[in-house]
Write a protein that binds this ligand. Structure first.
Ligand code: KQY
Length: 384
């Protein structure tokens, strides 16, 4: 693996949309007991269920600490590849690389600087040095050349349509705890250079009480070019109401990189859901990490799904709302099976399925002209 000093966009690379074909998916194994309750066992069961649901559709690799290797190996399906990899936590969407492809069948990755969602000014834990090395290690294993940048970004802070448009939020990418006082124009320039996009659509705030500081991947995402799904609530007294309304208005007024107006599809949020006293008590408190308290509202959204080859894997956590969300996603992804996996245990740690997965796009070469069909050769002595 080479570390390149050039820029992806100048080298002809772009970030493909998640709904484009994949070569596989990466996950990390949850372990830290100051974030995952009850020794991380319930979270491990949920991660294993997510890995199994994705592995039915595409190859999955899980990175795991040396201490947890055998445990993970035994809990994960045999089809899942398990590799030893140290990390500070298990949010590979954010600590992992953003994979890029070009039109010549090559795949590379961006290794953003990771600062645990805000560094010492509101970040979620310290230290985060092992998480900051996760992208490099994954690229090494994948054999993909690497663009390292001092620009601070987590993968959950962006979505792309693969046709030149990036979706993000002001709350996250303009927060000084990511890139200091960098201007909106400078942030956009970094997104253009490293993702190969030409248009950035800015939403305002992320999901209410999302501890990442407003990641777009809880709020909204592209389901195909020109189509966006948005988390929604009909409850005007819910703080999420104004956030989603504002996002809806911005999306309806936006044009994508190809000049299209967007169709915006709303999915009603679950709950609201809250942490129980038993769940909070199962988390080991530690100075410097976010305390978990009974009654804390959880940042639950159905938008945090993963789009695998031929399959969408969505969080399930509220019997009153899960069915409608599943049907809405089935309409938006007519060629994929939509599978719900119970992931309340992932939500208790602060994210969901999209946050714990990272797709490796298929590196497709240039289309070859179809071979000219020849008329079938007639055999003179054909046996019937
Ligand atoms: O992408 C995410 N939603 C990550 C959440 C991190 C939470 C850490 N406790």
């Amino acid at each position: 693996m080479r570390t390149l000093a050039t820029l992806p966009s100048r080298d002809g690379f772009r970030m493909p949309a998640e709904f484009e074909p994949h070569a596989g998916c990466w996950m990390l194994w949850p372990e830290r007991t100051d974030n995952w309750r009850d020794g991380a066992k319930p979270a491990q069961a949920a991660f294993a269920a997510v890995a199994a649901a994705i592995a039915a559709a595409e190859p999955v690799t899980v990175g795991v600490s040396a201490a947890q290797f055998q445990n993970a190996r035994l809990r994960l399906p045999p089809a899942v590849r398990v590799v030893e990899m140290s990390s500070d936590d298990a949010w590979v969407r954010d600590s992992g690389p953003t994979f890029l492809v070009d039109g010549r069948g090559r795949r590379r990755g961006v290794d953003w600087t990771f600062n645990a969602w805000g560094g010492l000014a509101g970040g979620l834990y310290f230290p985060w040095n092992r998480d900051d090395e996760v992208a490099q290690k994954i690229l090494e294993i994948e054999g993909s050349d690497r663009y390292r940048t001092s620009f601070v970004l987590e993968g959950g802070a962006i979505h792309v349509d693969g046709e030149g448009t990036c979706l993000t939020t002001e709350e996250c990418l303009l927060n000084p705890n990511r890139n200091g006082d960098m201007s909106r124009a400078d942030v956009e320039e970094h997104l253009r250079r490293y993702l190969g996009v030409t248009r950035v659509i800015w939403l305002g705030r992320g999901v209410h009480l999302d501890e990442t500081g407003g990641h777009v991947d809880e709020l909204a995402c592209f389901t195909s070019p020109g189509h966006v799904v948005l988390t929604w609530t009909d409850d005007r007294d819910d703080p999420q109401y104004d956030i989603s309304r504002d996002a809806y208005a911005r999306l309806r007024h936006a044009r994508d990189a190809r000049g299209r107006k967007l169709a915006v599809h709303r999915i009603h949020q679950p709950g609201p859901l809250y942490m129980t006293a038993e769940e909070a008590a199962g988390v080991d408190p530690r100075p410097g990490t976010r305390p978990r308290r009974a009654g804390d509202r959880l940042p639950a959204s159905y938008v945090n799904f993963y789009v695998a080859n031929g399959r969408v894997v969505m969080p399930a956590y509220d019997p009153r709302r899960d069915g409608a969300a599943r049907r809405a996603l089935a309409r938006l992804f007519p060629d994929r099976e939509v599978v719900g996996v119970p992931t309340r245990e992932v939500l208790l740690g602060g994210g969901n399925i999209h946050c714990i997965t990272q797709q490796v796009p298929a590196a497709a070469g240039p289309r070859r002209p179809a071979a000219r069909r020849r008329a079938p050769v007639r055999r003179t002595a054909t046996r019937r």
